[in-house]
Design a protein around this ligand. Sequence first.
Ligand code: GLU
Length: 478
Amino acid sequence: MAKASKSAAPHYSFFTSVERNFDKAAPFTNIKDKGILEQIKACNSIYSMKFPVKIGDKVDVIEAYRVQHSHHKLPVKGGIRFSMDVNQDEVMALAALMTYKCAIVNVPFGGAKGGIKIDPKKLSAYDLEKITRRYTAELVKKNFIGPGIDVPAPDYGTGPREMSWIVDTYMSLRPGEIDAAGCVTGKPVTQGGVRGRTEATGLGVYYGVREMCNDTEMMKRMKMTVGLSDKTVIVQGLGNVGYHAAKFFMEGGASVVALAEYEGAIYNPKGLDVDAVVTHRKKTGSILNFPGAKNLKKSAEALELECDILVPAALENVINGDNAPRVKARIVAEAANGPLTPEADAILTKKGSVVIPDMYINAGGVTVSYFEWLKNLSHVRYGRMEKRFSENMNQNILGSIENLTGKKVTAAERKIILHGPDEVDLVHSGLEDTMMGSYHEIRDEWMANKKINDMRSAAFVCAINKVGVSYMELGIFP
Ligand code: GLU
């Protein structure tokens, strides 16, 4: 995934930020027992490790983590990031966000996160493989991975390749485990992955924002027009999430006016062709000097340009107390995890902008991970049983209609009507339904209580209520 430049913000404990947001929402939940609230907030297990890996002819001591935030549902779930910024506080915060994220989109997992403090850009594929495999072996040793225990996934700096190394290492250490493929998600399709996982987070961002823009009442409150077609969008970070979000916004009729990466940003008020920008970057090594666009040397300036929808899709804390007063977007969709500090959040809310929180808007990834895990446990590709049946049914219905009316549809229409679902169709439709449904859960919570003054708090209320009920129904050991 892509790295965008970080502003010179003061140091924040990311985990404290998450706790502050939780505490703000807690009084509006149904959970009145302080002990339960404290238990929901706490990280259940923290595994901090150091292991040696030979890089070239010297030994490097690698620092890594796996944090399981909440065991209220098992397995726990969350990505693994490779970055020099990895530290325990960050992994704890990201693990906590996973708990709330899974609850919001009704994915029956607890939250977790892993991190390895390395710069993947500076290591060869050979060394990355050694580190990933050793990390997996450490997780196996401590029972911190498994389809019913803890299921990692891609995150910042990792992708299908790393997931493939993880599943292979796991399988070799647990021979004969029938559900072993479900020990990690985000795998290549050939290794048990599911079609539609790659674009899932970006597509989820698009579905969520589109649902809000189609919400007549919400748009009226925000004094905005309904629909996406007249909206301008700025995306920061052209990694997997940012790229797909930008592409789906463009295809959905919005205009992507600026794109930002760590080397700078480009701006064209008439709109940018996202794929052409990516091709240009591959060719020249930089997003800058894209034909027809204006260069912005300081990437972070793109966050402050005029637009309707701002999508920070890189790292945490990029919008903070310093630059938030200059952010003009009416809708900020947190495609990354934690891109706004609590100060930035307060400033934007005061200005009347709506921040669509990370724990909802970027939940498309874990939603489709859930579909992948289910596929692995059921050992069958989605659509395998029903595709032909649906096509035959559709053929029968269409045939009857044509007989009754004496009219025939065109060949192109026939193709669309007869089409039985492929795996990717089912995954996209499950994702769309999830993102639309969860938007309304959060929005209804927000509208029902006038004291809740931002969407993040409403999302927290939904999540805390669900996790809290789960703890209460689990019972607590006497
Ligand atoms: N790393 C992604 C996230 O932060 C995906 C996690 C998953 O699929 O388990 O949501």
